[in-house]
Design a protein around this ligand. Structure first.
Ligand SMILES: Nc1ncnc2c1ncn2[C@@H]1O[C@H](COP(=O)(O)OP(=O)(O)OP(=O)(O)O)[C@@H](O)[C@H]1O
Length: 340
């Protein structure tokens, strides 16, 4: 549905996007996830036609968008700072795009009614938008962006200003609505949990480059680099001393590395915290802290001086205390070789 091809964007001497390419399938939700300043919003603005790259192409439904102005691209927008019109009621806000497109009144009213029902705000037509809660306002904004039947929905931190609990609920609702309508969406966020909750695939941007694009599970269990792993909060790295056949030698023993990384010989191994457990024997460690997170304990363990590993314990197992000596077993299926 959407092809983003080799996009380069510079502001003066500053390179903001450096050869970004990715595809979004019809009906797919792709999240752009990355640190502040990694270029997420700039990429969205290029797809929207609000910014022109020095190089590269955007193709929507088989047609190049070069020279096509924003209002002719048939896109829906839900941006954090793209506020509702405070002087209009809910119905007029939702009808805005339809009115701009010259849709007749009766068709407009029908569509507004349908869209409000879809976002759970049936009967809100005459309400004043300034009297709605933050969550209700976001739903009106969503209904407004969906009303003109966009070919692609673009969302930039759409839930950024809401509190955590409401965000969690709305992100699930948003997912349901986008999927129900079979919409294709490009969703910008810097919040990993939000991306995991809504995306079919996640594109990680790292200083204007695409570091990896994969399903949430793919990213989490097979990060392509140390940067991606660290960004996702996975920090148990060990250096590879040498490779002997399909075995990597490390300070903590030998590990099989048959699935070698695509970019060359592994220099590090990521020990995924889901593959670490406490056992009667294994790598000796001292518990530094055990933090209760509701659904799990997050343990920090010191395996040698200044080297700390994270391990999670689920369920109601007996959890050791700070200062306890323990042993760590490693499930080889959760060892990820990384070249960079
Ligand atoms: N009009 C501009 N002129 C010069 N530099 C710009 C302009 N717009 C963006 N930049 C720079 O481009 C880089 C990428 O910005 P962008 O807004 O795309 O990042 P982002 O990943 O969306 O960040 P955030 O999560 O903070 O919104 C930043 O370093 C920013 O300062």
């Amino acid at each position: 549905m959407l092809v983003i091809e080799d996009i380069h964007l510079r502001y003066g001497e500053t390179s903001v996007l450096n050869g970004v390419s990715l595809d979004v399938e019809q009906g797919e939700i792709v999240c752009l996830l990355g640190a502040s300043g990694s270029g997420k919003t700039s990429l969205l603005r290029i797809v929207a036609g609000l910014e022109t790259p020095q190089q590269g192409r955007i193709i929507l439904a088989g047609q190049s968008l070069a020279g096509v102005p924003t209002h002719k691209r048939q896109l829906g927008f839900m941006f954090q700072d793209y506020a509702l019109f405070p002087h209009m009621n809910v119905a007029d806000n939702v009808a805005f795009g339809l009115q701009m497109a010259g849709e007749p009144r009766a068709a407009r009213e029908k569509r507004v009614h349908e869209q409000l029902a879809l976002v759970g705000l049936a009967g809100y037509e005459q309400r004043n938008v300034s009297q709605l809660s933050g969550g209700e306002q976001q739903r009106v904004a969503l209904a407004r962006s969906l009303a003109p039947s966009p070919r692609l929905l673009m969302l930039d931190e759409p839930l950024g200003s809401l509190d955590a609990g409401l965000r969690e609920r709305l992100v699930r609702e948003l997912h349901g609505i986008i999927k129900q309508m079979g919409l294709t969406a490009l969703y910008v966020t810097h919040d990993q949990a939000e991306a995991f909750a809504i995306a079919d695939r996640i594109a990680i941007l790292q200083q204007g480059r695409l570091a990896q694009i994969a399903t949430p599970q793919g990213l989490y269990y097979q990060p392509a680099s140390r940067y991606v792993a660290t960004f996702l909060g996975l920090t148990n790295f060990i250096d590879v001393r040498s490779i002997e056949g399909e075995q990597a030698q490390t300070d903590y023993g030998y590990f099989a590395v048959d699935g070698t990384p695509r970019d060359g010989m592994p220099r590090f191994l990521l020990l995924h915290p889901d593959g670490l457990s406490l056992a009667d024997e294994g790598i000796p460690a001292i518990v530094i802290e055990a933090i209760f997170q509701g659904d799990q304990y997050d343990l920090t363990l010191e395996v040698s001086e200044g080297v700390f590993w994270q391990l999670t314990m689920r369920g109601r197992e007996t959890v050791p205390s700070a200062g306890d000596a323990v042993h760590i077993a490693i499930d080889p299926a959760y060892v990820v070789p990384l070249a960079e």
